[in-house]
Design a protein around this ligand. Structure first.
Ligand SMILES: O=C(CO)[C@H](O)[C@H](O)COP(=O)(O)O
Length: 234
């Protein structure tokens, strides 16, 4: 994930990632997101670590843990750090104005949401293609469910109006999360009331968590062709 890339959007994402990484200060406890943009941010933190910055990280996936460990970053858990100063992560969709999110196309939504909920500030880094007027415009809502009875859970999600697909990997194997669960990708189309939908999904037995992140974002750093923009929730 490190090194220069000739894709201009990757370069912009790298700048957003560096801007977010610059928010980390000595002594902080920091949530480390998952995905290609978050990986650029962890790389940037690795460079700051090499220059002498010292902080502790809680990763949102085994992937991010491995990357951070390889860079020498000290990782901790919630036992020693039940509250974080800052969490930085990517997103699949960001709703203009509210800054509500869909996350979890990378499959790490449960740990990502726990980390975001534990952070005093939750900073999101995306390219401009992720901005939408209504969540659900392009992305399904990933929902993490227990393997036991997933078909019944899927049926109930369907009753909320979603087209439901069990996530399968490219090699044809089931996608299994770091927690040993399954993902149901739920296509609702544009979502008028994300908070109400998040609650309705959460009430279904067998659902562990959804990728709707409502009223959790402190700030979004958007990488666009015209440079970086910082958005704060309205
Ligand atoms: O939610 C996520 C993983 O569960 C990611 O943050 C999201 O998928 C964005 O990834 P990328 O930066 O690669 O587009």
């Amino acid at each position: 994930m490190s090194g220069q890339n000739s894709d201009p959007m990757v370069e912009l994402k790298r700048r957003a990632a560096e801007e977010a990484a610059a928010m980390v200060q000595d002594g902080m406890a920091v949530g480390l997101g998952t995905g290609s943009t978050a990986a650029l941010m962890i790389d940037a933190l690795g460079r700051r670590w090499a220059e002498g910055l010292r902080f502790v990280g809680i990763p949102t996936s085994e992937r991010s843990a491995e990357q951070a460990r390889a860079l020498g970053i000290t990782l901790v858990d919630f036992g020693s750090h039940p509250q974080l100063d800052l969490a930085i992560d990517g997103a699949d969709e960001v709703e203009r104005g509210s800054l509500d999110l869909i996350k979890g196309l990378g499959g790490a939504l449960l740990r990502e949401k726990i980390v975001a909920a534990a952070a005093r500030r939750f900073v999101v880094i995306v390219d401009e293609g992720k901005l939408v007027d209504h969540l659900g415009s392009r992305s399904p809502v990933p929902v993490e469910v227990t393997p036991f009875g997933w078909e019944s859970t899927a049926r109930q999600l369907g009753e909320l109006g979603a087209r439901v697909a069990l996530r399968i990997k490219r090699d044809g194997e089931l996608f299994v999360t770091d927690g040993g669960n399954l993902i149901l990708d739920c296509t609702f189309g544009p979502i008028a009331h994300p908070r109400a939908l998040e609650a309705s999904i959460g009430h279904i037995v067998g659902v562990i968590e959804s990728g709707l992140f409502v009223s959790r974002t402190s700030e979004v750093i958007v990488a666009g062709r015209d440079g970086l923009t910082r958005l704060v929730a309205a």
